[in-house]
Ligand binder design. Structure first.
Ligand SMILES: N=c1c2ncn([C@@H]3O[C@H](COP(=O)(O)OP(=O)(O)OP(=O)(O)O)[C@@H](O)[C@H]3O)c2ncn1[C@@H]1O[C@H](COP(=O)(O)O)[C@@H](O)[C@H]1O
Length: 106
């Protein structure tokens, strides 16, 4: 999975400057960060709807759409997938319950 996402990240970075008439990545990039962010939100909602409907095939497809558009947004913000993976690795073995309990209270 990680290799697939890294390959897709590279493809996205290469396609950002392609001809928008032949590249969806270039076309959406040209529409601006707000539009890319909006697509991430839409795909997330579609994934949630598929999950709640119990539609596994739909959820797989919408999850792929979501990951693709998230990578596009990260590329637009010049944030590498490596940075996100590093953050996830930093969290490995730390229970979400324990982490939340250790936060300073306001
Ligand atoms: N993984 C994907 C991928 N997943 C989804 N999509 C496109 O994302 C778009 C999302 O479709 P939607 O119906 O949600 O959106 P839309 O048709 O733009 O509709 P509106 O936003 O206008 O309402 C579709 O055009 C899909 O084809 C993708 N387009 C490209 N890739 C990868 O990116 C590479 C480069 O693509 P190009 O830049 O198009 O060459 C490809 O080789 C693929 O590996």
């Amino acid at each position: 999975m990680r290799a697939t996402l890294f390959t897709l990240e590279q493809t996205i970075r290469q396609r950002r400057s392609a001809d928008p008439s032949t590249s969806y990545v270039a076309k959406l990039t040209a529409r601006g960060r707000g539009k890319i962010a909006q697509k991430v939100g839409e795909e997330a909602v579609e994934a949630v709807i598929a999950a709640m409907a119990g539609n596994r095939d739909e959820l797989v497809g919408e999850s792929a759409d979501l990951l693709f558009h998230l990578l596009l947004l990260l590329a637009d913000c010049d944030i590498s997938l490596d940075a996100v993976c590093d953050e996830l690795e930093r969290r490995e073995g730390v229970s979400g319950i324990a982490e939340k309990a250790s936060r300073p209270t306001d």
